[in-house]
Design a protein around this ligand. Structure first.
Ligand code: SAH
Length: 249
């Protein structure tokens, strides 16, 4: 069971995301619990102010430290060795999120995800209350809400009992440093393009070999920076994928 608390000034963005597809399934099964909190609930002034102008001037606004630190500490406790909750701030300056980090975070019992907005958050929030800053890629969004949903969705598919089969993720891209190869479904020929013969042969061992080759080829051609060639994708993971996709409906 993974418990996630999200701190945001736009809680409404999370509505359908938490109801539909695997995230909705995981929540209904009690495997995932997500609580979305409005940062303004930790303000103390009449206008529920969460931002202020930057010291030193310049455009934009900065999220104030008082409500954010109060929100984080009320959900996670004070920063330090005693804290059992990992507090993550989404930020373009953070470490790049990848599948290994997703898998490690999916094994943490409790996470607090802090969504920045405007120009970002006051640095003292990071220093006093955040354990880790994460970026989802080298581009700038207007807020940390989509990064939070990205992380939640990526973790959810790794939680035991969500995809229905523990082997379902073993053939996926980034497992063992490989991309996944191409997929085909019916019809066997579409606009003159045919499905590779081996996939229709019914020879499971040959299919498994073809998939390993295709994965290695895709990785070599498109992402040589991944640890190309260290194949751990094998025939054991070759079949269960189809079952998984059905369960989502
Ligand atoms: N002024 C900042 C950008 C702020 S964007 C800069 O130049 O670095 C506003 C908020 O959106 C950030 O505080 C962060 O929470 C979120 N955000 C934007 N891009 C992101 C990314 N690539 N990864 C993670 N969070 C991001």
């Amino acid at each position: 069971m993974l418990r996630v608390d999200v701190i945001t000034i736009f809680p409404g963005l999370f509505g359908p995301f938490l109801e539909e597809a695997f995230v909705g399934v995981a929540r209904r099964r009690g495997i995932l619990e997500v609580s979305v909190h409005n940062l303004r609930d930790w303000t103390t002034d009449r206008h529920r102010t969460v931002d202020d102008s930057p010291y030193g001037g310049g455009p934009g606004m900065v999220l104030k430290p008082e409500p954010l630190v109060a929100a984080i500490e009320s959900l996670a406790g004070p920063k330090g060795d005693e804290r059992r909750t990992q507090v993550i701030l989404f930020s373009p300056q953070g470490g790049r999120l990848d599948q290994d980090r997703v898998a490690a975070l999916a094994r943490t019992p409790r996470l607090v995800l802090v969504c920045g907005r405007y120009e970002g958050v006051d640095q003292r929030v990071v220093d006093l209350a955040v354990d880790e800053e994460l970026s989802i890629g080298d581009y700038v969004l207007s807020g940390g809400e989509l990064p939070a949903m990205t992380l939640i969705e990526a973790m959810t598919r790794l939680l035991p009992g969500v995809l229905g089969n523990p082997e379902s993720t073993s053939m996926e891209s980034f497992e063992g440093g490989l991309l996944e190869g191409p997929h085909y479904t019916r019809p066997a020929t579409f606009r003159g393009h045919s499905v590779p013969e081996v996939l229709r042969s019914g020879d499971h061992a040959a299919v498994a070999r073809w998939r390993v080759d295709a994965a290695q080829r895709a990785t070599r051609d498109r992402r040589p920076d991944l640890r190309a060639g260290c194949a751990t994708k094998d025939s054991a993971g070759a079949q269960p994928k189809r079952r998984r996709e059905r369960q989502e409906r």
